[in-house]
Design a protein around this ligand. Sequence first.
Ligand code: FES
Length: 106
Amino acid sequence: TKITFVSPDGTETEVDARDGDSVMHTAVSNGITSIVGDCGGAMACATCHVFVDEAWADKTGTRSEGEEDMLEFAATEMQPTSRLSCQITITPDLDGLILRIPEAQA
Ligand code: FES
């Protein structure tokens, strides 16, 4: 499953993601350094904040309440499509997914 990370400066990085992995884990293991994942995916750090491309927002699903609470502490203000990337699991359906990295994490 191919997913693309877009930096605030517009640089796109396509990575080959393994189904079942989280987006956060995929980013970390592919050297996307602006996604840190400090808490290891426990929804306790918000350093894995991403903006899901509008066209994909339906497919990645909605934020849970706990996720939303954590996003309030993210370094960059939450947007309508903000997600904690550790809470998005890669599935074949997400092939082509585009995620933007918030300014403050670049
Ligand atoms: Fe910490 Fe996602 S990795 S909240």
